[in-house]
Design a protein around this ligand. Structure first.
Ligand code: COI
Length: 355
């Protein structure tokens, strides 16, 4: 018998919707949460309760182990509304897969399809009026799980909470960004947790990012832990470059295997570009910018979507990328994905999960 066989998802609708308070013409990222959230409880090897309830605070113990030892993972997914009102989620199956890889690495239970995927669809059905329809807006979906055992010994928790919360959002970055190449601080080493989407990977980025902000850059460009020679990712998204006619993204287990990054690389290949996942050294990038062979650079992520990079700082020197208007590949892929996600064109890949 599966751990979830007996479970059905109970729905407790809110008595007081906050929808009328939302200004859908002025959406900030991650500020206003939708009316409902999904909450699932795991205890001693069993998923014991799954429900959709009004969004609200949680009751937790001060000795809850995730607060102390960091067993906390999450995902970022987006939902879109087509012109005919259909609600669609973009490639949530890939996020579910990645979520469970993160869970295994952090010694947490995997979340079954009946809870993650079916729960997600049911939650979006309940809160379908929260999915914005204007181009450039979407419903940001945040599945997450954390250890809840009230105990201070260092051991895997016996209990966990899995939740999904959502919020209508506009752009995470509203203009091209500048990156400082980070050559001292480290995000991840081989054998570590760089590929997983765990909360600590973001906590550790805050201090070096602040230092980069103080120097006038929007974000950092992480480099490898051993030599600080090879590019890894930005603080909030993966990185993709166009060098000559190749579309290139850094690869390896020290970086997050992004769903947006994967989607873009699949499209690049399908459209006949040379799509490469390989090591990219900072020197290769800088030499290419100087020689004019690096024509495009962008951050790719669920929140960031495709955010152009206009300036890269390395060892006290700034390197400027060509104007955004002339960036053939990234503008084309952004336009294509926008059309596909809002249901304006056919979806030949089955990436839209409509509900
Ligand atoms: C996402 O792109 O969904 C993320 O989780 C990144 C986060 C920094 C907002």
């Amino acid at each position: 018998m599966s751990a979830t066989e007996q479970l059905s998802i109970r729905v407790e609708p809110t008595q007081q919707s906050r929808l009328s308070q939302v200004d859908f013409n002025n959406l900030k990222f991650g500020q206003i949460m939708s009316d409902h959230m999904l909450v699932a409880e795991y205890n001693h090897g069993q998923w014991v309760d799954v429900s959709i309830v009004p969004y609200g605070n949680l009751f937790i113990s001060p000795s809850m182990s995730s607060l102390h030892y960091g067993q906390a993972i999450f995902e970022g997914i987006k939902g879109y509304k087509f012109a005919d009102g259909t609600v669609s989620i973009f490639r949530p199956d890939k996020n579910w897969e990645r979520f469970n890889k993160s869970a295994v690495r952090l010694q947490m239970p995997e979340v079954p399809e009946e809870i993650f995927m079916d729960g997600l669809k049911k939650l979006l059905d309940v809160d379908r009026d929260w999915v914005p329809s204007k181009e450039g807006t979407s419903l940001y979906i945040r599945p997450f799980m954390f250890a809840t055992e009230a105990a201070l010994g260092v051991h895997p928790s016996v209990s966990y909470k899995f939740l999904i919360i959502t919020c209508p959002v506009g752009a995470y970055y509203s203009k091209p960004i500048s990156l400082k190449v980070e050559t001292y601080y480290t995000r991840a080493a081989e054998g570590g947790v760089g590929f997983s989407k765990n909360a600590g990977n973001y906590a550790l980025s805050l201090y070096p990012t602040q230092l980069a902000n103080d120097e006038g850059y929007d974000q950092i460009m992480w480099t490898d832990a051993k030599e600080h020679k090879y590019i890894e990712e930005a603080g909030t998204a993966n990185l993709i470059f166009r060098i000559g006619d190749s579309i290139i993204t850094p690869h390896g287990d020290t970086i997050l295997h992004g769903v947006t990054r994967r989607t873009i690389m699949e499209l690049a290949e399908k459209w006949g570009y040379k799509a490469e996942q390989r090591k990219v050294s900072v020197q290769e990038l800088i030499d290419g910018i100087k020689a004019g062979t690096v024509s495009e650079a962008f951050a790719a992520g669920t929140a960031a979507t495709i955010t152009h990079i206009d300036r890269i700082g390395y060892e006290g020197q700034d390197y400027h990328l060509p104007p955004v208007e002339g960036r053939e590949f990234s503008n084309k892929v952004l336009d294509y994905l926008n059309q596909l996600r809002y249901g304006k064109i056919e979806d030949p890949f089955g990436w839209n999960f409509t509900i």
